[in-house]
Design a protein around this ligand. Structure first.
Ligand code: PLP
Length: 433
């Protein structure tokens, strides 16, 4: 397949639908793409005017198995024809246990584990904090600079970036402490230095949990200093604190392992999963050690729609596709291809300050000056706009919006990815020429 741009964007039909959106939908629900989708398949989106785009955003990382994977579509259709809803706390169903089993079997580490499902990433993070507080009988939570954990009151508080996520939305939830995230490019703190900062922020015996992304997603695909996760594992264990890994963006195979934390050989107490878990159907999960997950009173976690049967059926199909199509290996292969290309671009172009990532979770950070590392946010926006006008959708990230992150569907064909990288490279060359 190839990109097709037949009209100026938005095309005439998109314009018509966008007028309705403008009339009835709040401006806060803005979209990056200046068009309306008609259909999507694999890594490609076709709009209502017949334009076709390569989607390297995967709906913000929800589509590791691609748009409308036939196995996921069939699972959704079959389940919808059987029953759509019971509320799992009224009548339970096997597809919930089926997906829970598949997730536990894909997880490394010696402990027995159990899974509770929720609707979105933020809700699962909230529940991981509730579970941690209930288990430890403590109230405080430690999070990091650059973190993104969601938009509800608690997770918005845990999220770092003020604008747009927190601006005028306070007051915020209490007892959240924020430590620096050891970023090898901008803030290369050792764990020893970090630990000193943590204990000056909050007494460890008040902490219920530390919530951390193994590789920061919205923060700019930051792979932390190598000793962060092993250091946190040791520190939390010694102080009776639960270690919660937010794998909403980095998990489900994107980094070439099922969960990103596996690259550091640790076993967390709780893991939060979302996004690609059910290929865009609203489903998230907290996966944790059995003794922790079994410690809460009956009905103290849950919700009307949590673990909806159609979403669980989609999730079970996603798990099968990841294994059958060897998507972890593919993430590594496509990741090397992207990283090599990014390094070539970096050599030619001073605007690229850093190239980083693991597996297919790779990114480029743009700076005005390699010495001062002043973020090049406007230039990054121009690059993604230029790529979009040539049929490629790209995702930005970072506190300063100066990172382009690759959230490719892992099922993408290599030649299509190469097309996307060519368009990205040309866009960078055009903006910097
Ligand atoms: C690491 C991380 N945690 C949590 C969330 C929140 O997920 P959701 O938008 O499904 O609530 C996100 C969303 O981008 C995320 O990247």
């Amino acid at each position: 397949m190839t990109a097709i741009i037949k009209s100026s964007l938005p095309g005439p039909k998109s314009k018509e639908f966008l007028a309705k959106k403008e009339m009835y939908v709040p401006e806060a629900m803005g979209a990056m793409a200046p068009f309306m989708i008609a259909k999507a398949e694999g890594a490609w989106i076709t709009d209502v005017d017949g334009n076709r785009f390569l989607d390297l955003t995967g709906g913000w990382g929800c589509l590791n198995v691609g748009h409308a994977h036939p196995k996921v579509v069939k699972a959704v259709q079959d389940q919808a024809a059987k029953f759509i809803h019971t509320d799992y706390s009224v009548v339970s169903y096997d597809v919930y246990g089926d997906l829970a089993e598949k997730l536990v079997r894909s997880t490394s580490g010696p402990s027995s584990k159990k899974v509770a499902f929720f609707n979105c990433g933020a809700e699962a993070v909230e529940n991981a904090v509730k579970i941690s507080r209930s288990y430890t009988k403590r109230g405080s939570v430690l999070v990091f600079e650059g973190a993104f954990h969601g938009r509800t009151l608690l997770t918005m508080t845990m999220t770092h970036k003020a604008k747009p996520y927190k601006y005028h939305y306070g007051p915020f939830a209490p007892d959240i402490y924020r430590a620096p995230y050891p970023n090898p490019y901008r803030n290369p703190l050792s764990f020893h230095e970090l630990e000193k900062k943590i204990v000056s922020l909050v007494n460890p015996d008040e902490l219920a949990c530390v919530v951390v992304e193994a590789i920061q997603g919205e923060g700019g695909f930051i792979v932390p200093m190598d000793d962060l996760l092993p250091g946190l594992r040791k520190f939390t264990k010694e102080n009776g604190i639960l270690l919660v890994l937010d794998e909403v963006q980095a998990g489900m195979g994107r980094t070439g392992k099922f969960f990103a934390y596996e690259h550091w050989n640790i076993e967390p107490d709780l893991v939060v999963v979302g996004k690609s878990l059910a290929s865009g159907m609203p489903l998230s999960a907290v996966l944790g050690k059995k003794e922790i997950m079994d410690a809460m009173p009956d009905s103290s976690i849950g919700g009307t729609y949590v673990g909806n049967p159609i979403c669980c059926a989609a999730g079970a199909a996603v798990m099968d596709v990841i294994h059958e199509e060897k998507l972890l290996d593919k993430a590594n292969k496509l990741g090397s291809l992207m990283k090599n290309r990014f390094s070539v671009i970096q050599e030619k172009c001073d605007l690229v300050g850093d190239v980083r990532g693991i597996g297919a979770m790779v990114a480029m950070e743009f700076v005005k000056d390699r010495k001062t590392k002043e973020p090049a946010g406007e230039e990054t926006a121009k690059i993604t706009k230029e790529a979009l006008s040539n049929g490629v959708l790209l995702a930005k990230a970072g506190l300063y919006g100066n990172v382009i992150r690759m959230l490719i569907p892992l099922v993408i064909e290599e030649k299509d990815l190469i097309f996307g990288l060519d368009v990205l490279q040309k866009a960078i060359e055009k903006i910097t020429s």
